[in-house]
Ligand binder design. Structure first.
Ligand SMILES: C[S@@+](CC[C@H](N)C(=O)[O-])C[C@H]1O[C@@H](n2cnc3c(N)ncnc32)[C@H](O)[C@@H]1O
Ligand code: SF4
Length: 383
């Protein structure tokens, strides 16, 4: 039976962070319960629409992301997972992750999560500096993060990821060192480190355009990235993807589904899927998503057949994000090609530029190649 990763999107947050353009609506403290109930019902209905597809596959990983899935009542998350377990072949050893925001986790919610089978938490810290946290619109301070983190640990969760960000306006190397060292003391199994991307339409994008905030220059941003790699490596975290670090054996199985270009189904607002060489994604506007589901229709807005050459290109650029690089034998087998000889010119050029390194078995990005990864991906695209 084919194995897939399942993604479920919860598009609600307490409030919107100043940099974020993920699909989510601010619901504040006075939660609009009716809107949440309507959305959860739509999600359950959407699962039923995939009854036939789900009959033939085994769910190896489930990622409940957002938004902030932990900002709604835990009973809804429980209901979603219970429904999935009833309607799919849900692997007994599945990795089941929930994304969370510090300050939104209670013991009652934890009870729901654990009894539903959640075994991995992802918590957004971003930085330990309270001034920076407030300047980017986070709802929590560092102490609130520690309280939430400890509550998750005390509940018995043995696999925690913490998200941090670098390249924030006003962030210093000293601040980054403090964030890393504090985090290492807490010893999460996994750390994701993202360079701040200014997304058009967000308050931070507008503030930067008006000259109210200043992004760090590229050199400082790259120094921060190299610092993260070095500091985490010394503390037992191996980098296995451009933005991801873990203790051995705690790599995110769900994200590996994406990076290895394997099949996944996304449910919920704006969710993306790739199943049986077809890529499709859902409505990004809540009213349209709900309307389609409530009429018994698929909430998809586009559907593209992926040709073999497109699939190969995606496998290359996704696989190069991984530190283990591309498994050349696997690619040769999967696509019936001789990868090295078919791409000799582009690979030699990238090698001469110091952007990739190759062995008989693997093709990998060098550190310079990671810094200039877009250039490498473009080279394969134009090949
Ligand atoms: C979509 S959020 C979901 C988790 C949770 N809502 C939270 O913020 O803690 C996942 C992570 O994406 C990262 N992120 C969101 N927007 C970003 C941006 N514009 N640039 C870089 N990282 C970003 C943050 O590190 C965040 O923790
Ligand atoms: S970063 Fe997380 S909490 Fe902030 S708006 Fe985005 S999804 Fe919501």
């Amino acid at each position: 039976m084919e194995k897939i990763g399942l993604y479920v999107h919860i598009p609600f947050c307490h409030s919107k962070c100043a940099y974020c353009d993920f699909s989510s609506y601010a619901i504040g403290n006075t939660q609009n319960e009716n809107a949440i109930i309507r959305y959860i019902q739509a999600l359950l209905n959407e699962m039923d629409l995939y009854e036939e597809t789900l009959r033939d596959v085994e769910v190896e990983t489930l990622f409940i992301g957002g938004g902030t899935p932990t900002c709604i009542d835990g009973k809804y998350i429980h209901e979603i997972i219970a429904h999935l377990k009833k309607s799919t072949h849900f692997s007994k050893t599945a990795e089941v992750t929930i994304e969370s925001n510090p300050g939104t986790i209670t013991n009652e919610k934890l009870d729901h999560y654990l009894s539903a089978g959640i075994n991995r938490f992802s918590v957004g810290l971003q930085t330990t500096d309270n001034n920076l946290l407030s300047s980017i619109g986070r709802i929590h301070d560092f102490n609130t993060f520690v309280t939430s983190y400890r509550a998750i640990r005390d509940a018995g969760i043995k696999n925690i990821n913490v998200d941090i960000m670098f390249g924030l306006p006003g962030q210093t190397l000293e601040n980054l060192h403090h964030t890393l060292n504090t985090l290492i003391d807490l010893s999460p199994e996994h750390i994701s480190a993202y360079a701040l991307k200014l997304e058009e339409g967000t308050p931070m994008y507008e503030a930067e355009k008006k000259g109210l905030i200043h992004m760090p220059d590229e050199d400082l941003e790259r120094t921060m990235y190299h610092t993260i790699i070095e500091v985490l490596k010394k503390s037992g975290y191996h980098q296995y993807e451009i933005s991801n670090f873990s203790k051995k054996g705690f790599e995110s199985r769900h994200n590996l589904v994406y990076w290895k270009n394997k099949p996944y189904l996304g449910l919920g607002l704006a969710a993306h899927s790739k199943m049986k060489q077809v890529r499709f994604s859902n409505e990004t506007i809540m009213s349209k998503y709900l309307e389609k589901i409530e009429n018994g229709d698929q909430p998809t807005i586009d559907q593209v057949d992926i040709s073999e050459s497109e699939d190969l290109f995606e496998t290359i650029i996704l696989g190069l994000r991984l530190n283990e690089g591309l498994d050349v034998h696997l690619i040769n087998e999967r696509y019936g090609i001789d990868f090295y000889s078919e791409n000799e010119a582009v690979i030699m050029k990238l090698k001469d530029q110091g952007l990739v390194q190759m062995t008989d078995d693997n093709l990998k990005l060098t550190l310079k190649g990671i810094d200039l990864s877009n250039q490498v991906f473009l080279a394969f695209m134009n090949d």
